[in-house]
Design a protein around this ligand. Structure first.
Ligand code: PMV
Length: 363
């Protein structure tokens, strides 16, 4: 079994004066949710997600050798403009991964980032952002040590991304990704995400995700605080075992194509996530009245038309509407006619299952 030690960089570093890379990394939407963690971003239960295609972060990393090797040194740009607000987050990330990437202090970095989705859309950019940065760091590592395999590259990128933001480890490679030890998934790991290894049924090919932007405000409760509230949560143990069972069940569903079962698991997971928030101490509610309006409208539409549209939620008020590609036209019409009115400024994003991070430039 792979352990943390396997990710510690121990090679001599090749001499590299300067260079740059550019990667895009997508966001992902969990079907079985990660909520609750132990030290060092180890998840309290395993999770599984669809990788998205359109919602991405694109990050260019430029590096230049520097004299002093005792401090981290980096400049941050967001959409081409200096963005010092991100400094503490990246500083903390570098500190967390220093043991595994000791070469980071040898360079001055410029990290230039942009998102393909609207800023302050309420969509968390931490998963795509941390994954894009981790891919760039691994490109640098590969220049320093060209022997590393593609498999190690992706595993370590996912491992590093996890230390930045847990769910980011599911944004590296593959359309369906599992993260967290799950006895029924032999290659699964708490340390990094792994691609779902079975063939996904054609029913889920190009599965659609229309993200309805219900509330674009700052989250009242950060996911870090939310995860922490699972310590001593009265329902924690039940929840963690339920996630194990739901992961086993959804793995079968993804193979056999049973969309009715898929809907039951996915919607129950979304509501359970929010139920955990409502029953923690302190308790909180991240859904908004319009979140519930949308859920009820989806249920009514599904009952009346038998079209298999369902929803999921992440840690916020926005709704991800999930449906097969073959009902795309009718479902989009329904969304425009009946759901967009509940979105802030009528905003929504059309997305679908994607493949993972992509190298855009290397020099
Ligand atoms: O990666 P974090 O720490 O922001 O946590 C994300 C948690 C959820 O989005 C609510 C669920 C998940 O599995 O992505």
């Amino acid at each position: 079994m792979i352990s943390e030690k396997d990710f510690i960089y121990t090679e001599n570093t090749a001499f590299l004066n300067k260079g740059s890379f550019k990667w895009s990394a997508p966001s992902n939407i969990a079907l079985v949710k990660y909520w609750g963690k132990k030290e060092h971003q180890i998840p309290a239960n395993p999770s599984i997600s669809f990788t998205l295609n359109q919602c991405k972060t694109i990050t260019k990393l430029t590096f230049k050798k520097k004299q002093d090797t005792v401090t981290f040194s980096f400049d941050l740009l967001f959409e081409g403009k200096p963005k010092e607000d991100f400094h503490p987050k990246i500083q903390k990330f570098f500190e967390r991964i220093e043991l595994y990437c000791p070469y980071l202090k040898d360079y001055h970095f410029t990290i230039d980032t942009q998102n393909t989705f609207p800023h302050s859309s309420g969509i968390a950019s931490s998963a795509s952002g941390m994954a894009a940065l981790a891919m760039n760091i691994m490109s640098l590592e590969k220049e320093l040590n060209p022997k590393i395999s593609d498999e190690f590259f992706c595993q370590k990128a996912s491992f590093l991304a996890r230390l930045g933001s847990g769910s980011a480890c599911r944004s590296v490679k593959g359309s369906v990704v599992i993260w967290g030890n799950h006895p029924e998934t032999p290659n699964s790991s708490n340390l990094f995400g792994v691609e779902f290894s079975s063939e996904v049924h054609p029913n889920f090919k190009n599965y659609q995700d229309t993200i309805l932007l219900v509330d674009k405000g700052e989250k009242q409760v950060s996911s870090t605080v939310g995860h922490d509230l699972m310590h001593n949560h009265p329902f924690a143990e039940q929840r963690f075992s339920q996630a194990h069972r739901n992961l086993s069940a959804i793995k079968s569903v993804l193979k056999n194509g049973n969309i009715d079962e898929f809907i039951i698991i996915v919607e129950s997971e979304a509501l359970t996530l929010h139920a955990m928030m409502m029953t923690s101490m302190p308790y909180f509610i991240l859904m908004k009245p319009n979140t519930l309006e949308i859920i009820n409208a989806i249920w009514k539409f599904r009952r009346e038309t038998k079209i298999p549209v369902c929803f999921t939620l992440d840690a916020g008020a926005n709704v991800h509407v999930l449906y097969p590609e073959n009902v795309r036209v009718t479902t989009l019409q329904f969304i425009k006619d009946e759901l967009v009115g509940y979105c802030q400024n009528g905003q929504y994003i059309c997305d679908e299952i994607g493949l993972g991070s992509k190298l855009l430039l290397e020099k």
